[in-house]
Design a protein around this ligand. Sequence first.
Ligand SMILES: Cc1cc2nc3c(=O)[nH]c(=O)nc-3n(C[C@H](O)[C@H](O)[C@H](O)COP(=O)(O)O)c2cc1C
Length: 216
Amino acid sequence: MSQQNISSFKTTEEAIEEVFRTRHATREYKPNVPITAETLNKILELAATAPSAWNLQHWRFLVIRDQEQKDRLKPIAYGQQQVSDASALVVILGDLEANLTGREMYDGLLEAEFIPQEVHDNLISQIEESYKIPEFARDEANKNAGLAAMQLMLAAKAKGYDSGAIGGFNPVALVEALNIPSRFIPVMLVTIGEAATPARPTTRLPLSKLVINESF
Ligand SMILES: Cc1cc2nc3c(=O)[nH]c(=O)nc-3n(C[C@H](O)[C@H](O)[C@H](O)COP(=O)(O)O)c2cc1C
């Protein structure tokens, strides 16, 4: 792949910085470039190291590599060609019922005596109370799954692949096409593959516009 030796002759810090600086939104991929399930799983494992509120890990990765399936989803993404040409398309799902993961996880920790009963009960009650509010659940699903999506794109770059986030899709049609259960919402699509052309150059706002020190 294009960036296979990204860390050659570089300090770890330089290599990491390069991953950040060379990731760009890819919209033109070389078609028919396969990506193995093994490589993709390594990338997804790295993505899943993202932090999340209460460690509820609100993300799920619906992975699509089949050409017919990608072609079927292209119109749902308003005809964006990269959906068909990318080696893989990952639908980032956010969990609206992440409280269920909390219960499972903290019950396990209690059983293994990693946390005392009181800590367990406090956490479960905080989580369950919060998840009674649908807007809270939706915001958390979007926010936390977004962090995993970002890590996914950086992990792909570190492994020599290009990527792109896609928010331009019809969520209702996507849910129907992929039989996504009501527990999950599609947060964004991430394409992964080998860029056919360099991504469009982009700029960033200067720190002077971005940073507010101490208080407004
Ligand atoms: C949530 C989100 C949704 C996006 N949706 C699209 C999209 O539908 N189509 C597209 O071509 N690019 C999409 N992008 C890519 C952005 O346009 C791109 O990241 C931005 O212009 C900055 O470019 P860069 O990432 O190459 O620096 C999306 C990015 C994000 C984070």
